[in-house]
Design a protein. Structure first.
Length: 276
């Protein structure tokens, strides 16, 4: 499932092909993804110029000169394909495709259809039901240790669960929460209200920025013909490494290595020695 850095990378790759371009044609091959697609979607996109793109949490907003913005979410398995017009037939499950005036096609492929596309008034983007309740962006300068401390005050839930709550901070998912807690040396089950946010917030930002950099350095490759946006190789420090040696500790018997527990139905990976 794409997380914030992957979505940021997809957004930047899309911007390289769509920014300031006119959508010559839009093709919509089914009436719904996770939810019904907007009425007359193809018609409302055709002829529109793209003024700008941005990411909010795991959503991509594509601002058009029609006064509307396209809101895109990749869901569990959504992918964006970019290719020169006519280079390939549409892929299976390529439900929506945009063709730009300068000869490129952007396809939205989503076999499981947990993704979504909406078309909303640009002036009311932040009021959309999917965006209205979101907490601060973790990479915004305004997301500070003090602000997170205030948001967590009195919370009795484990810090792992609190960081996955999109109302507290937007866009963090399982992988980056595990990584940030490891880097900050904070146990995932520690009560959210007791956590030293001065240690945690810089590590959340650093974890995300490193992953975005890894995605950015792959940009060269993924705007190539037939390219798929946003899925890059990234080495996790703890995520998915159960039973492997912990990178920051001596081996057994000092540190038993990376452990896994299930919290709220999701796997948490952590170092039992380092994270307190
Ligand atoms: Zn360790």
């Amino acid at each position: 499932m794409p997380e914030l850095p992957e979505v940021e990378t997809v957004m930047r790759g899309l911007a390289a092909r769509l920014q300031d371009r006119v959508i010559r044609r839009a093709t919509v091959r089914r009436p719904d993804l996770r939810w019904a697609l907007p009425d007359r979607l193809a018609e409302r996109l055709t002829g529109a110029r793209v003024l700008g793109l941005r990411r909010r949490a795991k959503y991509i907003l594509i601002r058009l000169d029609t006064g509307e913005s396209m809101l895109l979410h990749l869901g569990m398995s959504g992918r964006i394909l970019i290719r020169p017009r006519g280079a390939n037939a549409p892929e299976p499950h390529e439900h929506v495709a945009l063709e730009t005036e300068d000869g490129w096609e952007v396809g939205f492929v989503d076999p499981r259809r947990f993704g979504s596309i909406d078309l909303i008034p640009t002036a009311a983007e932040e009021e959309h039901r999917l965006l209205a309740g979101l907490g601060p962006e973790p990479l915004d300068p305004g997301f500070t240790p003090k602000r997170l401390k205030a948001a967590l005050a009195g919370r009795r839930s484990p810090i792992k669960a609190a960081l996955l709550d999109q109302r507290i901070v937007a866009g963090l998912g399982n992988i980056y929460v595990c990584e940030a807690l490891y880097r900050a040396g904070i146990a995932p089950f520690r009560l959210a209200g007791d956590v030293p946010t001065s240690r945690l917030v810089p590590e959340i930002k650093a974890t995300l920025l490193e992953a975005i950099d890894a995605g950015g350095s792959s940009l060269r490759d993924y705007v190539q013909p037939g390219g798929e946006l946003g899925y890059f190789q990234h080495a996790w420090r703890v995520y998915g490494r159960e039973g492997q040696p912990c990178a920051r500790c001596p081996g057994p018997p000092v540190c038993p290595g990376v452990a896994r527990v299930v919290q709220g139905g999701r796997s948490t990976f952590y170092c039992p020695r380092l994270q307190r």
